[in-house]
Design a protein around this ligand. Structure first.
Ligand code: ADP
Ligand code: ZN
Ligand code: ZN
Length: 730
């Protein structure tokens, strides 16, 4: 009889709040935290058991049986499930989709549950014959690989090597035949590091480490240290402390910050099992690291945003490097902020958490000022190198060539002549941000977005940076027929071209998403910078962090003005962070650096504060401004977004949503208004902004919405989502 079967409750990855009951075979081991395959409507889906022995409200003959139990032991432990329940509640996102977001992709599917990647790895043969190595003089690829394998420590995963050295299979085979390296089996996606000797800490670093060591239990600390002040060494010291007690460490880094350099540094410091989670790893490798961490086999897990959801039963320390970085906030689906989830996780586990940055987020500084975080400051570089001087170049009424002013070109020249390196930062890829008609003022629009198309490849192609549409660039104006079309403004491609024509004898390298599309290209270009072959670097954010360029003595920033006048209330904060981070690339070692900002607004108060008082001075002024306008961290926001192919549907839905809110007092509701980009990828977008002076006022409204919005008739015509603590209002 079916109704005698036990009932389990399952969180299913569908856009519905709530969980669903199923019958399960009494003989099967089906614990909370295990995955099951179930039929939902017509589709077979993978869900997670969140309760067993359920007394269901559903009539027994209406309950469906699970198709298959996929794990006989929990994939999510109790602590992680608790964290994810909190995450779903805080961000007002369905639990089933929250759990699916936490899982590596391979474990979201039904088929790969027992499959595992073959965790091949390579290690150097200790007593290899000297002749074999001598014979490598004419095989530079093999030399390079051998060096990388030796530097990596005991063994390095095959996948990791291939990501860094595309096409390495043949040289690896050759090295094996020569008896210089050998293949080894690695445990589930992990790598083994080698013990290295740390440098003697500076007294500033030692002070911070000493103070950190006095804390116990949940102890959030902000380490605000100028670029190169040795924050990473401080993390490493604390990691060593925690690893020595047999506990695990979770290290989060932003997508761009998780560079091979950082991973190498970790590998050559800790004789520990290290799991690396980032976008370059295969689904199978990620799933293996996840499982190994959950089984307690990984000592250290280092990864980007989603790594915050890695199960770690012996977790003893969380580090969030570059805590201000925007990539910690997910921009769709479950819109969580990994730093904020990390704080909750550390609190639940009663362990320390270190937030590090040269340019902390204003929210984080506010928390530190309020005494919620212990605030440690490092104002000097660990190597003793001086911080670069930041100065302005006023470009009002100056002609620009490919975005570059004459004074900037003149500043660059002596650095190049002295054999040093120069970096030009511009946060815009492509050739130019618009194709413009000189006669009538028309500019080529994207047909699916309210935005101009970006010119790519010297006037040949138009690309929309918002929806990805591409088309051939027109030769005549669509409005007046004129042939005087000009590319207005500059992006990385144009800047690189202009630099090549001004400095024909110097090698120029471009770093942006377009030029890095090919795997391994970034590493190859960075190697040319490290060897000194490349003297001029042009790039976007990608250049802002994580890289040590010993010979870089001059940095030019071309587009600070964009950050001064933007619809986005965080734009000035981001501008100040980027300028400070980019400036931090200059003069790292024994060569002093200088930084030049091109601007048409040399008197802008925020720019003046940044130059006069550095990032701390800027942050103080910016916090005062936020306080005056009651914006975060002095007010709390939630954004209800809606979009549809017809303009009126989002508006109708948001109006109905607004009607459900009891107004007055300290809760305000702004909108509905069209989003700053009112149409994107063919959809009309609008939003409703909730503003509360206290967070506690916001969440009851969101709770109510969670049950009411889906039932609104207007909801069926739109795609909608709730964004708690939105990073931008775009
Ligand atoms: P941050 O993380 O603050 O940018 P890092 O820890 O990466 O700083 O250190 C910056 C540079 O200074 C690195 O090249 C590092 O090897 C070096 N460094 C850090 N601490 C010391 C120290 N105590 N003695 C010598 N060099 C150090
Ligand atoms: Zn025209
Ligand atoms: Zn578009």
């Amino acid at each position: 009889m079916e109704q005698d079967y036990p009932v389990i409750r399952v969180a299913v990855p569908v856009p519905l709040y709530g969980t669903f009951d199923y019958l399960v075979d009494p003989a099967a081991s089906a614990p909370v935290g295990a995955r099951v395959q179930i039929r939902f409507g017509r589709r077979p889906l993978v869900g997670v058991i969140v309760a067993t022995d359920v007394e269901s409200q559903v009539a027994p003959d209406k309950l469906k049986p699970v198709l298959r139990v996929l794990d006989d032991t929990p994939l999510f432990d109790e602590a992680l499930l608790k964290l994810l329940r909190w995450t779903a509640r805080y961000y007002h996102h369905p639990l089933g989709d929250t759990l699916a977001t936490a899982l590596p992709a391979a474990l979201r599917r039904t088929r790969t549950d027992t499959e595992s990647t073959r965790n091949r790895g390579w290690q150097a043969v200790a007593d290899a014959p000297a002749e074999a190595e001598a014979a490598l003089t004419r095989a530079p690829r093999q030399q390079e690989l051998l060096a990388a394998i030796r530097a990596a420590g005991n063994a390095v995963a095959h996948g990791t090597l291939l990501a860094r050295f595309p096409g390495a299979q043949r040289p690896l085979n050759a090295l094996t035949e020569r008896g210089l390296i050998e293949a080894v089996e690695l445990p589930g996606g992990l790598e083994t590091g080698t013990a290295g000797t740390p440098p003697a800490l500076t007294s500033d670093q030692q002070d911070v480490v000493d103070r950190l060591r006095t804390a116990s239990g949940f102890a959030p600390a902000l380490i605000e240290g100028v670029t190169g002040s040795g924050k990473t060494e401080i993390y490493f010291q604390r990691m060593a402390d925690v690893l020595a007690t047999g506990r695990q460490v979770l290290f989060l880094a932003p997508e761009i910050g998780l560079t091979p350099q950082l991973i190498d540094r970790l590998r050559s410091r800790f004789a520990a099992a290290i799991g690396v989670l980032h976008s370059q790893r295969s689904d199978g490798e990620r799933a293996d690291v996840w499982k190994a961490a959950g089984a307690g086999e990984a000592d250290i897990v280092i990864g980007t945003r989603s790594a915050i959801f890695t199960p770690m039963p012996r977790l003893g320390l969380i580090i969030v490097d570059e805590e201000h970085d925007g990539s910690y906030k997910q921009g769709d689906g479950l819109r969580y902020h990994a730093r904020d989830v990390a704080l909750k996780r550390a609190q639940d586990a009663a362990i320390p958490i270190l937030l590090g940055s040269a340019t902390p987020a204003l929210e984080t500084l506010h928390n530190a000022r309020a005494g919620r975080f212990v605030h440690h400051k490092l104002v000097r570089r660990a190597t003793g190198a001086a911080l670069p001087a930041i100065r302005l170049i006023d470009i009002r009424s100056r002609p620009l060539d490919g975005g570059l002013s004459d004074p900037l070109l003149n500043r660059i020249r002596p650095h190049l002549e002295a054999g040093n390196q120069v970096m030009i930062f511009i946060n815009r890829r492509g050739f130019a941000p618009a194709l413009f008609c000189h006669d009538c003022g028309w500019s080529a629009p994207c047909h699916r977005c309210d935005a101009p198309m970006t010119v790519h490849g010297a006037m040949s192609r138009l690309v929309c940076h918002h929806c990805g549409s591409t088309e051939k660039a027109p030769t005549v104006c669509a409005s007046c027929g004129s042939e005087s079309l000009i590319a207005l403004g500059a992006g990385t491609q144009r800047v690189a071209g202009a630099l090549r024509s001004h400095f024909p004898d110097v090698a120029v390298a471009r770093f942006d998403r377009d030029s890095m599309a090919r795997k391994g290209r970034l590493e190859a270009q960075l190697a040319d910078v490290a060897s000194g072959k490349t003297q001029l670097l042009v790039g976007t954010q990608m250049l802002a962090k994580g890289h040590d360029f010993a010979r870089l003595t001059c940095v030019g920033v071309l587009d600070v003005d964009g950050g001064l006048f933007s619809a986005d209330f965080r734009a000035t904060e981001h501008m100040a962070q980027v300028v400070t981070q980019v400036a931090g690339r200059a003069g790292r070692a024994d060569r002093p650096g200088e930084v030049w900002l091109q601007t048409r607004n040399p008197e802008h108060p925020m720019l003046v504060r940044l130059l006069g008082g550095g990032y701390p001075g800027f942050a103080e002024a910016a916090l005062a401004e936020r306080e005056a306008t009651a914006l975060p961290p002095y007010g709390h926001l939630a954004l209800l977004r809606a979009e549809a192919h017809e303009q009126r549907y989002p508006h109708d839905f948001l109006t109905a949503a607004a009607d459900t809110i009891p107004l007055g007092g300290e809760l305000a509701c702004w909108g509905p208004v069209p989003a700053p980009m009112a149409r994107r990828a063919g959809r009309y977008r609008a939003h409703l902004l909730l503003h509360a002076s206290r967070r506690a006022l916001l969440h009851p409204v969101l709770d109510r919405w969670q049950t009411q919005l889906a039932e609104l008739p207007a909801a069926r015509r739109v795609r909608w989502s709730i964004d708690v603590d939105p990073q931008d209002l775009l």
